[in-house]
Write a new protein. Structure first.
Length: 253
């Protein structure tokens, strides 16, 4: 762990930080003076050193982002740097498999742990840490959290799940000081996206998505699923409530 000469005013946890969107978010946060607790199963030493050289206050926690102990360690590390106010829960896995009968149990568990358990547990640990203080969370969902994905039904299922989770928490009156949103990028040029899924598409860069995440953090919106394409960035308009007696978003439902 390394800190800059002056203690930062605030800190953030960023999961899936070793590459892609997570790395770009960490870089942009550090450039804005935010201390960052990096979390990933992949090595983080090189990134932590780079961010430190850029003047950042950085902690690196290597571990499974679906594991509660890893997330608790990341939250504690962030708070040791500066008061924690932000969580970017970005870690995720694809299967790349359209035939669900071919998805082995181990892979199923890995994908659900990264895409769903990591979000659920990450938000829970974040809420415990910030208490009654203000907090802002952005979860990386996907365009396939809003539309079907026949090429990877399991991935789509998990990304739909986190949007429901985000929207539900935003309506909890006990979390009125929490601003929580999901971002739904459509095709990002990272190693996670296979060449077959990149072909013939206008792709976002990881930096593009990271910049949009910082825009969400700066807004007062909550409970939104932000459509993010090369030409569009706006909250998704959900269909009206069909008559259930559950709470609803007056602005969009």
């Amino acid at each position: 762990m390394s800190t800059s000469a002056q203690r930062p005013a605030t800190s953030a946890v960023v999961t899936g930080a070793a590459s892609g969107i997570g790395r770009s978010v960490a870089e942009q946060l550090v450039d804005r003076g935010v201390a960052v607790s990096l979390v990933d199963l992949a090595p983080l030493d090189e990134l932590a050193l780079e961010l430190t050289h850029r003047g950042g206050a950085v902690a690196a926690v290597r571990g499974d982002t679906g594991d509660r102990s890893t997330l608790r360690q990341a939250v504690d590390a962030a708070q040791a740097l500066a008061p924690l106010t932000v969580a970017i829960l970005n870690a995720g896995l694809l299967t790349g498999e359209s035939d669900i009968t071919k998805v082995e149990d181990r892979r199923f568990e890995q994908v659900v742990a990264a895409n769903v358990a990591g979000v659920f547990r990450g938000v829970a640990e974040f809420i415990k840490a910030v208490g009654d203080g203000p907090g802002r969370v952005v979860v990386t969902s996907s365009s396939v959290g809003l539309v079907p994905a026949p090429h990877d039904p399991l991935y789509s299922m998990t990304k739909h799940a986190v949007i429901g989770f985000v929207r539900s928490l935003a309506l909890n009156p006990e979390l009125s000081r929490l601003r929580i949103n999901a971002i739904c990028p459509n095709g990002v040029d990272t190693p996670m996206l296979g060449e077959s899924l990149k072909a013939g598409r206008a792709l976002l860069s990881a930096g593009d998505v990271a910049s949009r995440i910082l825009e969400i953090l700066a807004s007062e919106e909550t409970g939104q699923a932000w459509v993010c394409t090369p030409s569009k960035f706006e909250p998704f308009t959900f269909a009206p409530n069909p008559g259930y007696s559950f709470p609803t978003f007056a602005a969009v439902d």
